[in-house]
Design a protein around this ligand. Structure first.
Ligand SMILES: *Cc1c(COP(=O)(O)O)cnc(C)c1O
Length: 356
């Protein structure tokens, strides 16, 4: 039986994506070939790459605004260094908002390239909220932030307006909510949180911000080279890109980002209402910064852990133990998780209350 999959990533994808990608492994587009054995330069795959790139731009409302989409390798982690390599001037500086483990990972890599200013950090409070009221030095080459903190369950609801490029790691909430994406100059996201299997990273680049760092950039790390090669500078991750395209097509059929945002808000409201109502549980993140994607929560009394764990496992739930840096539980409610799965979790939480 299919589990209620709350995995933080790689994560649940739409059932039709599993079915269609399974079919493509056996016989892709009725070609008599598996998608695993065709050239990335074949007509059929070039069409996949082109559509995945253009659909990404379309779903984010960025058509005609000077953006290019790339599907690269190396995960979001490689973008931690590609962004500074491409944007930070020799002797320049960058500004970072430190909101969690991944944000601090990005800061660490930026330091290889130049002065890296942390404009604010919630590290002292174990990243339980998003810092606000910070100011960004006007002479920074760019500002970097993380829209959703997968591990801590916080999410930025507002973004600063700045006279510099804004780079955002949207790995765990890309395509989940409506934003003015044209506020951002580089958006990157590892596919495995909300878009596809592990193995490819979506990078959205506003072309006008490139070519200004004065650095000589190795080809494989140069966004301009990848754009020029139409995301085929080297062999792309053929199968992950295809599965990502299927997810994007599913999202478009559903009505796009605005439609899925409504579903995501309903799921998050259902679970957070129970976390707040049920006397056995408490939320881990500041209420105003709660993520609609990753809900972190704890039992008030750890003595109930064994009972609760046995109950949710028996209900067919998978993947909710929290990350070690927060403890407790983390329910990741990505786009493809049905609200019925959230209801099953809420029912288990209520059953625990009755049982105690
Ligand atoms: C998972 C995650 C990453 C790391 O992604 P990789 O693809 O494993 O490099 C970076 N940032 C955020 C916000 C994440 O959730």
């Amino acid at each position: 039986m299919k589990k209620h999959n709350y995995s933080a990533g790689p994560c649940i994808l739409p059932q039709e994506v599993f079915e269609k990608s399974a079919q493509a492994i056996l016989n892709f587009n009725d070609s008599g070939l598996s998608i695993l054995e065709i050239s990335h330069r074949s007509k059929d795959f070039v069409a996949v790459m082109d559509e995945a790139r253009s659909l990404s731009i379309e779903l984010l409302g960025l058509e005609g605004k000077g953006y290019k989409a790339l599907f690269l390798a190396g995960g979001a982690s490689l973008e931690f260094l590609m962004a500074p390599y491409n944007l930070m001037k020799e002797g320049g500086k960058a500004a970072y908002l430190d909101t969690g483990t991944w944000a601090s990972g990005a800061i660490k890599e930026a330091k290889f390239f130049g002065e890296t200013i942390v404009v604010a950090s919630s590290k002292e409070q174990n990243y339980n909220h998003i810092p606000k009221g910070y100011s960004v030095p006007a002479d920074a080459d760019y500002f970097h932030c993380t829209s959703n903190n997968t591990i801590f369950g916080t999410q930025m609801k507002e973004f600063p307006s700045l006279d510099m490029p804004i780079v955002c790691d949207m790995s765990s909430d890309i395509f989940s909510r409506v934003l003015d994406f044209s506020k951002f100059d580089i958006i990157y996201a590892g596919a495995q949180k909300n878009m596809g299997p592990a193995g490819t990273t979506l990078v959205i680049v506003k072309e006008e911000v490139l070519g200004k760092s004065g650095r000589t950039i190795p080809g494989i790390l140069d966004y301009e080279k990848h754009i020029k090669a139409e995301s085929m500078y080297n062999t792309p991750a053929v199968f992950p890109v295809y599965a990502s395209l299927l997810t994007l097509q599913w999202l478009k059929k559903l009505g796009g980002v605005a439609a899925v945002e409504k579903l995501n808000n309903a799921k998050a409201a259902l679970l957070y209402t129970e976390i707040d109502r049920n006397p056995l549980f408490k939320g881990a993140a500041a209420v105003e910064d709660r993520s609609t994607m990753n809900a972190t929560f704890l039992l008030n009394d750890a003595a109930h852990t064994e009972t609760f764990d046995a109950m949710w496992k028996a209900a067919g739930i998978s993947g909710i133990p929290g990350h070690r840096s927060v403890g407790g539980y983390r329910a990741s409610m990505y786009n493809a998780l049905p609200i019925e799965s959230v209801q099953v979790l809420v029912d288990v939480m209520q059953a625990l209350e009755k049982a105690i």
